[in-house]
Design a protein around this ligand. Structure first.
Ligand code: ATP
Length: 303
């Protein structure tokens, strides 16, 4: 497996507080990782350490598998860690031109390419002052794209956007990942904002990694399921497999089964269990939406 970024047991302490606490994460090349946590969870601090704007108190960072030449590797990355600085009296093209000069990006043609990618080609003479928040954020992403980065790190780029604005940014980032293989780390305090975008989800709370899930794992967690409790859970699982050919289930908390199939025929499920001598003590269809799922994770810890 090839990793674009690896964070190994990173800790960052401010005063007496651990803003990031023994945090480890390996980010695969060409994936979109969502870093999700409430305000103050440590997302920005993690991104700042990746960018070299803050230094970890302990732990190790690797970029493209190397922990030594980090600044050199950072040249192949782009960061958007705060609201982009945009000159209101200039057009989208002029703002990009300005950044091109400042950063010394060689090709003038890259500006038109970037405007195309971020969907701002048609804005012509309109100055940024008249742009919506979504357009401004897209221009910020355009600035980050000028140098053709291989990794992009974006801190809350959809914060405050309306649903349409979120969809636009999602489409741009998805295309960058799929067509150009760019690896993306993006943060948000809302799991739902990133749900349709990311390939991997990382939940963080009080500086600690709480859970890491792939897209498919997250979908399974939030899918409707039938929760069954019986007096003999292992036998129940065996019976469901044997009699109903059920494969999609899992045993949770050692005494419950979550069933993901046969939800349209729960009567048959219950009859099968009882006719095989088990006593059902819980039998209910449940399903979490993404936000409930996330809050159930961080809520436990904040209580
Ligand atoms: P937000 O979305 O609110 O920015 P976050 O998840 O990005 O939240 P961080 O900004 O990384 O969280 O902050 C993590 C913790 O570290 C917070 O308790 C914050 O107050 C603290 N912190 C961050 N930067 C500093 C700093 N420069 N000095 C002191 N404390 C800091």
């Amino acid at each position: 497996m090839e990793y674009a970024l690896q964070l190994e047991n990173i800790t960052k302490i401010y005063g007496k507080e651990k803003a990031v606490d023994d945090f480890s994460l390996s980010i695969e090349k060409g994936h979109i990782y969502g870093l999700i946590g409430q305000n103050g969870a440590g997302k920005t601090t993690i991104m700042k350490m990746i960018a070299g704007l803050a230094l970890q108190d302990s732990g190790n960072i690797k970029i493209f598998g190397d922990s030594r030449n980090l600044n050199e590797h950072r040249g192949r990355m782009s960061f958007m860690l705060e609201a982009p600085y945009l000159e209101g009296s200039m057009t989208a093209y002029e703002n990009l031109q300005y950044i091109r000069y400042v950063r010394g990006v060689a090709s003038q043609d890259r500006i038109s390419e970037v405007l195309e990618i971020i969907g701002l080609t048609d804005t012509g003479k309109k100055t940024v002052r008249g742009f919506s928040l979504g357009m401004r954020q897209r221009l910020g992403i355009g600035m980050a794209l000028l140098s053709s980065p291989e990794i992009m790190v974006l801190d809350e780029p959809v914060n405050g956007l309306d649903p349409e604005g979120i969809v636009e940014i999602r489409c741009i980032l998805k295309r960058l990942c799929e067509e150009q293989g760019i690896t993306i780390l993006i943060s948000s305090h809302l799991l739902s904002e990133l749900s349709e975008l990311c390939t991997d989800f990382v939940i963080i709370n009080k500086g600690k990694l709480i859970e890491k899930l792939s897209e498919s794992e997250l979908k399974i967690r939030c899918r409707n399921h039938l929760t069954i409790k019986t007096d003999k859970i292992e036998q129940t699982a065996a019976v469901l497999e044997k009699c109903l050919n059920i494969k999609e289930y899992k045993v949770v908390h050692e005494d419950e089964i979550q069933l993901y199939e046969r939800l349209d025929d729960i009567e048959l499920v219950s009859k099968t269990i009882t006719s095989n001598g088990m006593i059902i003590t819980k039998f209910v269809i449940e399903g979490e939406n993404l936000e409930e799922y996330y809050l159930s994770k961080v809520g436990d810890i904040n209580e």
